[in-house]
Design a protein around this ligand. Structure first.
Ligand SMILES: [Zn+2]
Length: 578
């Protein structure tokens, strides 16, 4: 580690000398500092002014901070629009920084990386086939909430922003529900560029171990198979080699149950998280997680090296990646079966070599009870179990079209921000389609990121005709955004709009009956409908509590009659199968 720090110091002094005539970041002036939001934007504005032919910084869309979100684009052959990038078959590499402003390595590393590309021509070869698009500072208001204590376990920098934004939302849970204006703008910027590779820079909490850099890649079984194959067989091995060459060992994100030695488990990156969101748009996503206990300068350098290594590899492989991307798009446009949720497969185990520290328990000075500690004087390298496999737990047959009533404006907007193609119905239409009845569900009793999430959704499927109105939206599923459409519109998917409460209105009954009035009508109904009478008697015989409740029996008759409202628990999105 000491040698590494020495190399680090050398490389920084080199940069300082080199950039004495150029722009120097606050971090390079004092390696215990991370740039503020204002310093970051001013730095890029300086670069954009000095190198307008290669670098553009655009203020795009709203944020909760009330100032626009900035997006930087670096291209050495004048490819500054997504249309041009697609036309010229460029690889689009997208980086996001400061989603958690207390984890700021990406902010400083990206500033240096962009500057270095601009002032050092010999580095530019690795951007030959690539357009580098990045968000310099995503959670702006979180960044303004700057202090030195919110990440109590972290080893620097001296001051940094806060995880929550001004509404105390965690933006790395907001990619689907998009409660923040930041996420709305992000959805739109992302869907315009449709990157092939996406990277969202973070710092990790958790166990102590020897690695400075750990990495979450989009979970391989959730990622489209063509992209997944390239990720596993080519990109990851090359990345490990390239990082090793730059003196960094790379570990999968250290996600474990009780002890690291019990095995690492791949992280289930649901679409609410950045890399899971990227997978819905057919991109390979990465969440680098530097280790909080390593000195800040090392973490910044590792982040710089990881981004540069990834750019180098993906630029060289750009043709392969574009082919895999094209296959993935064709695949989601044409296939009929889609998985919706996954769980870790503990029955299949791989193993990895892991560089950890011996750990143990000793009496706590606080509670007197046993406490965990890591012994850094006892590093080890050991083979430990690794559980990288997930299996699908739910899948569906995709409809040809969904129809979403225009009344669900928040849903329509989100689909549109994500580039989903749709057509309004030209006139009122009676649609023969498949419909879901929400037969059962649970809601979380305490709020999570502003919502009481619905989960464990059980559905009944019924086919009938239902009226839709002029202006309701017909959404074909044969389009590149098919996965985004399906995983947000299928109510049983863990991050669907139903899960995030956009359809909760249908869960309550709107009309009811007065028992003393309905008694007579119910008696009449049972006379006319011997089938229903039989069902009632059977239920009474089988369930003593039911037999003892007059209101439950009356309700049973009501729910099985024509008086019961058809919209109760009817999921209002039609699935047109042919
Ligand atoms: Zn984070």
């Amino acid at each position: 580690m000491k040698i590494r720090q020495y190399v680090l110091l050398l490389s920084f002094s080199f940069i300082l000398a080199f950039t004495s005539h150029g722009q120097v970041t606050p971090f390079e002036k004092d390696t215990d500092q991370t740039a503020t939001y204002a310093e970051t934007i001013a730095f890029y504005q300086g670069l954009a002014k000095k190198y307008p032919q290669w670098f553009k910084l655009t203020a795009t869309g709203d944020t909760d901070a009330g100032v626009p979100l900035h997006v930087g684009v670096l291209s050495f052959d004048n490819t500054f629009s997504p249309e041009l990038a697609r036309q010229k078959k460029k690889l689009v590499f997208f980086v996001n920084n400061a989603i958690h402003p207390g984890e700021p390595e990406g902010v400083d590393a990206t500033m240096m990386l962009i500057r270095d590309f601009l002032i050092r021509p010999e580095k530019r070869d690795i951007l030959k086939n690539t357009v580098l698009v990045f968000i310099p500072f995503y959670n702006i208001d979180g960044g303004w909430n700057r202090g030195r204590i919110s990440r109590i376990n972290q080893n620097g920098p001296a001051a940094y922003g806060f995880r929550g934004n001004a509404k105390n939302l965690d933006l790395n849970r907001d990619f689907i529900k998009a409660d923040s204006k930041n996420a709305r703008t992000f959805n739109q910027v992302y869907a315009r560029w449709l990157p092939h590779i996406f990277m969202d820079n973070h710092t990790s909490n958790g166990a102590d171990y020897q690695y400075t850099m750990t990495l979450i890649a989009t979970q391989k079984d959730k990622l489209n198979q063509h992209l997944s194959e390239y990720l596993q067989t080519t990109l990851m091995p090359k990345l490990k080699t390239e990082m090793k060459f730059r003196t960094w060992d790379l570990s999968p994100y250290v996600n474990f149950e009780e002890k690291v030695e019990g095995g690492l488990m791949a992280f289930p990156d649901l679409p609410r998280y950045s890399s899971g969101y990227a997978a819905l748009h057919n991109a390979i996503g990465f969440i680098p997680e530097t280790h909080m206990l390593k000195p800040f300068p090392m973490r910044v350098r590792a982040t710089y090296d990881l981004m540069e290594s990834m750019l180098k590899i993906t630029n060289a492989d750009h043709q392969k990646i574009l082919e895999a991307y094209a296959k993935a798009v064709k695949d989601v446009e044409t296939k009929t079966q889609f998985d919706l949720s996954w769980k870790l497969d503990m029955s299949r185990k791989d193993s990895i070599s892991f560089k950890g520290f011996e750990s143990g328990y000793k009496p706590s000075e606080v509670s007197g009870l046993p406490r965990l500690y890591y012994d850094r004087s006892k590093p080890y390298e050991r083979i430990i179990p690794y559980y990288p496999h997930y299996i699908a737990t739910q899948s569906i047959t995709k409809p040809k079209y969904y129809v979403v009533p225009k009344a669900y404006e928040a849903v329509i907007e989100r689909l549109q921000w994500n580039g989903v193609k749709m057509t309004p119905l030209a006139k009122d239409t009676l649609l023969e389609a498949e419909y879901y009845i929400i037969a059962d569900y649970k809601s979380s009793p305490t709020p999570y990121e502003g919502h009481h999430l619905n989960r464990d959704v059980k559905l009944e499927v019924k086919s009938f005709k239902r009226k839709y109105y002029k202006g309701d939206f017909l959404i074909p599923t044969s389009q590149p955004a098919a996965r985004y459409i399906i995983e947000t519109l299928e109510p049983q998917a863990p991050d669907s709009f139903f899960a995030w409460n956009f359809f909760d209105g249908v869960l309550n009954q709107k009309e009811y009956f007065s028992a003393y009035v309905f008694e007579d009508a119910a008696a009449e109904l049972l006379k006319k409908n011997p089938e229903l009478k039989k069902k009632l008697e059977e239920k009474r015989a089988a369930e003593p509590a039911f037999a003892a409740s007059a209101s439950a029996q009356l309700d049973f008759v009501y729910r099985n009659s024509e008086y019961y409202e058809p919209s109760h628990k009817l999921y209002p999105v039609a699935r047109i199968m042919k």
